[in-house]
Design a protein around this ligand. Structure first.
Ligand code: 3HC
Length: 284
């Protein structure tokens, strides 16, 4: 039975996972090596809850309860008695392996280890632990408090018990789960990223303006964001990183990053987080 959760990484994804787990009543240990990132992540949660209070969608008591369910930690050792630890750090395979090696040593035998990776094989990460049956992919979507989906990714050695436990956990957060095999991009990204790359290619070829491409897909297909805004939202660097992983794995032109995307990343245009991507966010 999963009761106590650890989340390693308090960035955009990690802080979203912490918020929804604490909101569902779990005790959540929020782990970050750096105090600065921990402060920033937790301040983001408090700010989002304040906005919900302003809109009349939450109360000050609910906010206090959620924040009270969150415990700050800087040491992985403090996650030892968690039932589930979810890693949500940067997409760096070596950094992730280092975290999992350390967690495998300090956590109790029953602890399930999960990665929120969007593109790194779960089996590769689990291979550095001695608990491959209790190692699983748990892929949330941004913004975590809003997006209803969690992909549950089964690696070769993941046990059925582990799958069922994390599925129940994700559903207890109000999410719907889908089961995916451990192949790059699971279900969503393997379909989404080629669509984003195609939109960038069409823009690069001069099919239409960025605004018209986005309006076409928003208003013509009912998508909440057009593909270029969505690339800005995900991050151009992240989109490029995932595309390169797919291309290396599948050796298929369908996944080849358009030169424009590579040039924009090299020039520092990362999307909303840098203030500039296909659109300009510097004045917002
Ligand atoms: N964190 C928490 N909540 C947020 C939020 C955030 N960053 N941004 C918006 N919200 C909430 C708002 O508070 C609001 O909540 P309410 O309805 O309870 O008041 C609700 O979302 C709607 O927000 P807004 O009215 O401000 O704005 P929009 O209606 O334009 O919605 C959006 C914003 C939810 C981000 C919407 O544009 C959307 O769904 N976009 C597509 C997002 C998407 O596709 N995400 C998946 C990306 S792929 C991914 O994550 C995988 C990775 O591996 C690459």
């Amino acid at each position: 039975m999963i009761k106590k959760i650890g989340v390693v990484g308090c960035g955009q994804m990690g802080s979203g996972i912490i918020q929804v787990a604490a909101g569902a009543g779990y005790q959540v240990l929020a782990n970050e090596a750096s105090e600065v990132f921990l402060d920033k992540g937790l301040a983001g949660i408090a700010k989002r809850l304040d906005k919900a209070i302003e809109k009349g969608k939450a109360t000050a008591e609910e906010k206090a309860k959620i924040m009270g369910n969150i415990v700050r930690t800087n040491e992985l050792e403090e996650l030892a008695d968690c039932d589930l630890v979810i890693e949500a750090i940067v997409e760096d395979i070596n950094a992730k392996k280092e975290i999992f090696q350390a967690l495998d040593k300090v956590c109790k035998a029953e602890t399930i280890l999960a990665s929120n990776t969007s593109s790194i094989p779960i089996g590769d990460l689990g291979s550095v632990t001695k608990r491959r049956d209790r190692f699983v992919g748990l892929h949330f979507f941004n913004p975590v408090p809003v997006m209803k989906l969690v992909e549950v990714v089964r690696a070769l050695d993941t046990s059925e018990n582990t799958i069922q436990s994390v599925k129940q956990f994700a559903e207890s957060l109000g999410k719907t789960t889908v089961a995916a095999k451990d192949t790059p991009g699971f279900i969503v990204n393997v379909l989404l990223i080629p669509y984003l790359l195609d939109a960038i290619r069409q823009y690069e070829r001069g099919l239409a303006s960025a605004l018209d491409i986005d309006n076409a897909m928003k208003l013509g297909c009912g998508h909440p964001m057009g593909p270029l805004t969505l690339t800005d939202f995900i991050g151009l660097d992240t989109t490029l990183f995932i595309a390169d992983i797919f291309f290396n794995e599948f050796k298929d032109d369908h996944y080849a990053a358009p030169p424009l995307l590579r040039r924009m990343v090299a020039a520092g245009y990362m999307g909303m987080k840098s203030g500039r991507g296909f659109f300009d966010y510097s004045k917002k």
